[in-house]
Design a protein around this ligand. Sequence first.
Ligand SMILES: O=C(O)CCC(=O)C(=O)O
Length: 270
Amino acid sequence: MTKILAAVVQLQSTEEKSRNVDTAARLVTAAAQRGASFVALPELFNCIGRWEAVVAEAEPITGPTSRRMSELAANLGITLLAGSIAEQSEVAGKIYNTSLLFGPDGRQLACYRKRHLFDVDVPDRVTVRESEFVMPGEEIVGTQLPDFTLGQSICYDLRFPELFRALADRRADVIAVPAAFAFGTGCDHWEVLLRARAIENQAFVIAPNQHGRHTPTLQSYGRSMIVDPWGTVLATAADGESFALAELDFQRLQDIRRHLPALAHRRDGQ
Ligand SMILES: O=C(O)CCC(=O)C(=O)O
């Protein structure tokens, strides 16, 4: 198959896990009913807010949220990227920020833990110290699916082109960037970075984002989007809880790589 329909689901999650998971399931179902066979949820879709609350709600990989997502994927017969959840770690008081991938039979196909942690202090925009609560992942994850190879990242990872190049080296055709991208930086950087990563790695970029205020001091930018390997934005979610759909045409991907073989022109294997 050279074309599939993909969807990015945009949420305004809170610390209320059951509401978040129900909303995620409702929007994933609606996207699948519109024909999407690959649906992606944003970062920390099941619980976001104060870090202490997120850590308290952490689950093992085979916990209730992942069981629900696995059943959802199987019932709808879709491939589902469960954006990310707080995963219990071996260190007290710390989690992994973990993205799980489920196949149309409900099987877990991949697990990626956010490698780059958002520790920044940008005056009047955003101050975060993710590493106080989150352990960094180590593995780079590319997974071959029947129609394409998926590379995984999460949010702040977007600023590290070497990760995306490593995914291109694993032959990623589609790179997922589930995010709760801070409003204060997202308004200037989100779209530019997504389009740059798509163009330089000649891959589709699927970027479901959180939108709006999660707490009085935590706000995500929204504008979930799907970008093609030419850097064209194929679809953008409207503000609020919604989803956006776009066709991924893998013949077009091959044509772009053939006509403009920049990845083959790299020097010294870099
Ligand atoms: O890179 C940025 O500016 C935003 C990243 C972010 O919000 C996150 O990783 O949670």
